[in-house]
Ligand binder design. Structure first.
Ligand SMILES: *[C@@H]1O[C@H](CO)[C@@H](O)[C@H](O)[C@H]1NC(C)=O
Length: 144
């Protein structure tokens, strides 16, 4: 027969464990941008950077006119100081203003998939370089 003190301790453990599990579920933050300033007809890289999520299970799909693009590459999953994860998916593109590019992210912390559109009108201001220092290009294309 468990003593009251024992039961109390078990309850405390359960509360802590469920509290931790809840606390570490974090929805991803999604950013889309090109590697180079966009010029229609000129080769570029469409990037979808996903960060701040937990657990690490995630699906990132790059879409062109609503269809999943083939030959999408991604960096290794890496984590930050707060144990949330980050990932970069990217694919070479030749942008054309008539094409629509989007990044679709599925994660357990999101009630519905998050779809972020690569905005044609802000193409020229969406260049970011912060990833290049840490990026590791996989030796072979990986599909998600
Ligand atoms: C990722 O996609 C697979 C296959 O469609 C699905 O079974 C899985 O639940 C998805 N994962 C997440 C985190 O949404």
């Amino acid at each position: 027969m468990a003593s009251a003190k024992e039961l109390f301790l078990w309850c405390l453990v359960l509360v802590c464990v469920s509290g931790i599990t809840e606390a570490v579920t974090k929805a991803p933050v999604v950013q889309v941008y090109s590697r180079h300033p966009v010029e229609p007809g000129k080769e570029n890289i469409f990037n979808c950077y996903v960060k701040g999520f937990y657990p690490p299970k995630i699906n990132v799909t790059l879409l062109k006119n609503g269809k999943a693009m083939p030959d999408v590459m991604k960096t290794d999953l890496s984590f930050e100081e707060d144990w949330t994860f980050q990932l970069l998916s990217y694919v070479p593109v030749i942008p054309d203003r008539k094409d629509q590019y989007e990044c679709r992210v599925e994660h357990s912390a999101l009630p519905t998939p998050k779809i972020i559109r690569w905005d044609h009108n802000s193409w020229s201001v969406t260049v970011r370089h912060h990833w290049t220092r840490r990026s590791k290009v996989p030796s072979s294309p990986t599909s998600l």
